[in-house]
Design a protein around this ligand. Structure first.
Ligand code: AMP
Length: 220
């Protein structure tokens, strides 16, 4: 049966890593708004050009374009059949409300909303050494999880880069934006009893194991 999950948490908490793992476990489609924006920027599309400035400064891309971009993927047959793991969306209460309206129309519900939490110093440490594969999205860390060959992905040989918004200024801004715009989304879901809090300050495989157990997942 298709599973539908939302992952919420500050930048660097491990949403991308856990989304990948959950997708492998369940067969659900991983939908990362940040990754989609970065692909649009890379392809120099109109949407990418619009989003770039917001992203580089650590600000949120306006709700209207973000919602439209995500709904396009949610409405695809592949998503309907496989379900989804949303990572980075919704990030505002308006986006969360729009998502609820959309799921109502589709007559489906979320199976879980997961709040990934970690202490600020862990988050800042993770973000400052983060490296991402330009080809498959695998995430590394210069100290905690270095690649076997410098600058190259262990899994697909893609080039590893530091994200443009992983600068100290943009990191600070993204953390502020999380507290101001996204923390209220946690209250929104908690109010309807849909929130599951997970300690994501641990090693990613420990976090994954707890998610697997609490969501009652076996395999795809
Ligand atoms: P992420 O990869 O999730 O950290 O997202 C990178 C950046 O993309 C964010 O800092 C925002 O600028 C933008 N972004 C991603 N998701 C959203 C969203 N749901 N709403 C608005 N902006 C977003």
């Amino acid at each position: 049966m298709a599973i539908r999950l939302v992952l919420i948490g500050p930048p660097g908490v491990g949403k991308g890593t856990q989304s990948k793992l959950l997708s492998e476990l369940t067969g659900a489609r991983p939908l990362s708004s940040g990754l989609i924006f970065r692909a649009e920027i890379e392809a120099d599309t109109e949407l990418g050009q619009l989003a770039k400035d917001y992203i580089d400064h650590g600000h949120l891309v306006p709700n209207g374009v973000t919602i439209q971009m995500m709904f396009k993927r949610l409405r695809q047959e592949e998503t309907r059949q496989k379900g989804f793991i949303l990572d980075g969306f919704p990030r505002t209460v308006r986006q969360a409300e729009a998502l609820d309206e959309e799921l109502d129309k589709e007559q489906v519900t979320l199976d879980g909303v997961i709040s990934l939490q970690a202490p600020l110093d862990v988050i800042v440490h993770r973000l400052t050494g983060r490296l991402g594969c330009t080809k498959c999205g695998e995430i590394y860390h210069s100290v905690n999880h270095p690649p076997h060959r410098e600058g190259l992905c262990d899994k697909c040989d893609g080039f590893l880069v530091v994200r443009g918004d992983d600068t100290p200024e943009a990191i600070r801004e993204r953390l502020v934006v999380f507290e101001e715009a996204t923390a209220p989304v946690l209250d929104y879901y908690a109010a309807t009893g849909r929130l599951m809090a997970i300690d994501a300050g641990r090693e990613s495989d420990e976090v994954g194991a707890e998610l697997k157990q609490r969501l009652n997942l076996t395999c795809a």
